[in-house]
Design a protein around this ligand. Sequence first.
Ligand code: SF4
Length: 641
Amino acid sequence: MKNIIKNFGYQLKILNSLYYLVFLTFFTDLSVIVVIKHVIAQAGFLNLALLSVLAALRVALYGGSYGIITEIISGQELFFKFKRFKQNIKDNWIFSVLLIVFILILYFIALINNAVSNTSLLSFFSYFDIVFCLGVGYLIMNKKYTFVRIEKIHFDAQLLFSMLLVYFVKIVLAYLLSNWNEGSTLVYKLIALTSQYLHFLLFVNIAMQLNKNCSSEFHRNETPELYLINPVMPGVLLPIEHAFIGNWYCFYPPAFVVIGALTPKKYKIREFYNIFWDDRYFKKGKLVAITCCTSNAHEAYRIAKGFKEKGSTVVMGGAHVTFVPDEALEYCDSVVIGEAVGVWEEVINDYEKGNMKKKYYGMDHLEYPESVHNTLMSLDNEIIPQFMQTTRGCKFNCDFCSTPVLCGPTIRKWPVENMVALIDKVRKKNKRILFLDDNIYADPKYYFELFEEIKKLKIKWIALSSLDIAKNDKALTLAKESGCEMLRFGYEISDQSEEKRHGGKLSLANEYRSLTRKVRSKGIHITAFLLFGFNSDNFKSLVNLIKFALVNPFLINLIMVITPFPGTMLFNKKVAANKMRNLNWMNYDTQHFVFKHDNINEAVYENALRVIGTILFYRPLAYVFLSVVFVWLAYVIFLGT
Ligand code: SF4
């Protein structure tokens, strides 16, 4: 009994992770039924065309859904991937058509013989659900994996029990639906939706049964697997976003490209990024590489611990782990300190020999290995633009930034011809490129060499830069000519701030207004990064910051709380001064004051900054909002009673 419940729980878990497929297919079915009614009433061209489109959509959705469920059950995939879904539509649409036609024929035969006079088509399909799911499941499995002959299929007794149970409930619902007089009520639709859910649950169950009769390579577990994981960031909205749209939109982690390039081809690589973690992904006997920054370190440690407990080998890396390796080692087997380039081959070799070291030190590489470039050239056109980085490192040395500590004073540059080749490869499908450089103007000489070439490729681009680019008119003109749409500048302080006396990049504050005007005069939009919480900041600084954000022509304002990330000079200074008040890494998200401030109440300002940051985020909207508030106040004061 315990096993039956466990198995059933697993089936529910799989299906619940694909709930949107249940909804999508359900709404498509409803639409098909509505349009069929219209066609019966009036078979006009538009109605017939709409019906054809919906029927094609239905076939595609079902084919893709059955395929993706089969792949998840077999272990080929662990979760929904849109790319696999599309492939499954291509591979399986025909099976769902064949079986629908088969059951339709049965239905019409039954109709002719008056056997189903009181049964709707939908209910009729329910009665044949087991046959249908078995048929589709068998055809998909048989095409895809090494499969036993149909007459030798062995059915598991425990799974059979839950299958019959689900089928029984489905039959009861089908009976209810076919005897329901008011077919458009909410209750009717809820029962129909439940019935749809049970249909897929039945398919999950049958796919599990059939899977036990497969002997594919996935079951023999001979292929070594590398799990690459970049956990989700904390926050209220992100988990909701992930729950609803999964990894359909996401930013491909650059570390995956590098590690993927340096891993021997015999490894099957599974990638997890922007995934709301499900414990069923924990597996034993895998090599697991987790990269994280400070704010998602908590989640990264949880995942590392889960894999270790299952019996996998876990390696962690990334900026946070580089700065606190001993903390990370409490949860994983090994850490990579610094960049994986130059050390990842050693990690793999040691893993294969079963002789992992605790710490691996990534070496300083002035250039990326050619293998990384070659891998990039072989990747999908959608992924490459998410890894466009021309340089690493920065010429400035801001104490709150981890770049100077991570990259040192040397600026690494990708060969111009490699960058040009990459952009040339993707530009047909991706006209707009976001460069990931810490500072696109880190090395002015290289900048001129590169963008003179990029100019010929006719793309649009966006990048982070230091504002000193505006001191050189030729550099700005080249930016515009090579397709720059927006530059993202770290203004950090307002031009009234005392911090400008500290020198370095902050001393540019004296010229903020004139330099900003120059950038805008070239037609380049600006995103401004503004920090609050410097030593001298107080209420007056906040007012100055708001004025600064409104007066300057920034399209987007990102206002954040200054955060001393572990490893930065600022963190060390705050620790030395005994000012750190919060070492919960989840709060290191630039929205929380994690240190004690001398002049302000941290909690009050933290919340005030969130509100101000939201209002000022998009400058045109900020003006609309402030105008509405102004008019409302004027009305209340002068005209109100
Ligand atoms: S200019 Fe930007 S990237 Fe460079 S050190 Fe300062 S904050 Fe970091």
